[in-house]
Design a protein around this ligand. Structure first.
Ligand SMILES: [Zn+2]
Length: 374
């Protein structure tokens, strides 16, 4: 039998009153339970506080000299920990980048992050459930005054470093995103993190490029968004447009692999015609000595340049430092140099940091690669 609203108006009124009474009873008991929960059984926020401190500790690890202490606090609503962390940042470590990472780690969990910025001091307060959990004070080293004469700056040789293969994320990528110098991030298209990393790099003030996979033969491991040999201009154009949609803010592109492709004048002409139409610049990664990329690009009047030094074909710190020296040598000789490193290795990120610290002493200036195209 189906239940239906009775016809009698008095019965309907009585039912409505009974229903309202039930709802009010429900609400009142809910409020009482909540109050009992909050007052009778104080919240234990200590595990949450520990998690917050561990996360911040990881973010600050090897960024400088970090000291800290904690105390346990309690009021009628709960018990929690307050951590005070003090970090003297290393040269070249950007407090703004660390602040961003802390926000990115905390906010998705609903924790509040308040920041106050001084000249060399940044203070961050993280709160959870209305309690202050961690106060971080970061002290940056004073940088050499930027008021140095413009001509001296202009006399400096220029170095650009492109970071290739961005799109997977990981520790080295995170370290590179915190470098306090204008690196250029070249992002592989159509990977789960392509867009997010391109956006983060752009927001952190870095130049972004599309790292275009070129496929020469079917045995190659094929990346998403690749351009194949023997493809029509129309298809190339479509691929490039789709790729660029997943790499926002890209102002140029360089090739990922594709040695056979870049050594073929006909193929390069077809590809570069589409690149020209998009109005982005082209950097020849020079994955082969036989490449004709730069030659064809220049003939076609496309803003272009080529890589001088691959920085990390081997991953040892010694090797990468050696390649950095070579890059410095080219810059001093030619007035400019372009290096390419990869976001896979922590060693690369560390070597980049070491180079950034020495730039001024070596009378060098790092620039986004777009400043070196002709
Ligand atoms: Zn690559």
């Amino acid at each position: 039998m189906r239940w239906r609203v009775p016809d009698d108006p008095r019965l309907r009124a009585a039912l409505a009153i009974a229903l309202a009474f039930l709802v009010i009873l429900f609400l009142v008991s809910g409020i009482v339970l909540c109050r009992d929960y909050l007052t009778g059984r104080p919240l234990d926020l200590r595990p949450v506080a520990q998690d917050i401190d561990t996360t911040i500790g990881k973010i600050l690890a090897d960024k400088g000299t970090v000291t800290g202490e904690s105390e346990e606090l309690e009021d009628e609503t709960g018990v929690w920990l307050l951590f005070s962390t003090h970090a003297e940042l290393n040269d070249g470590v950007d407090a703004a980048a660390i602040t961003r990472r802390i926000k990115e780690a905390m906010r998705p969990n609903g924790f509040d992050v308040a920041v106050s910025n001084g000249d060399l001091v940044t203070e961050i307060t993280v709160s959870a459930f209305g309690k202050q959990i961690e106060q971080v004070q970061m002290i940056s080293r004073p940088t050499t005054p930027s008021s140095r004469p413009a001509e001296e700056d202009a006399r400096r040789s220029r170095v650009a470093i492109i970071i290739d293969d961005v799109g997977y994320g990981g520790e080295a990528t995170e370290m590179l995103l915190e470098v306090n110098a204008p690196l250029t991030f070249s992002v592989l298209p159509k990977l789960p993190q392509s867009s997010a990393l391109a956006r983060r790099a752009h927001e952190a003030g870095f130049e972004v490029m599309l790292h275009l996979p070129l496929v020469s033969h079917a045995t190659q491991r094929v990346c998403p968004g690749a351009v194949w040999v023997n493809t029509t201009r129309e298809e190339i154009g479509r691929t490039l447009e789709e790729d660029l949609e997943t790499v926002p803010f890209a102002v140029g592109l360089n090739n990922h692999q594709g040695s056979v492709y870049t050594s073929n004048e006909l193929e390069m002409h077809r590809l570069l015609s589409e690149i020209k139409e998009l109005g982005v610049f082209f950097i020849d990664s020079r994955t082969t000595f036989n490449t004709v990329g730069l030659k064809v690009a220049r003939e076609m009047g496309i803003r272009s340049a080529e890589r001088d030094v691959f920085l990390d074909n081997e991953h040892s710190a010694d090797y990468i430092d050696g390649q950095m020296e070579e890059l410095v040598g080219v810059a001093h000789r030619d007035g400019k140099a372009i290096g390419i490193g990869h976001c896979h290795h922590v060693e690369t990120a560390q070597a980049v940091r070491r180079l950034v610290r020495r730039l001024e002493d070596m009378n060098l200036k790092m620039v986004p690669v777009s400043e070196l195209v002709e």
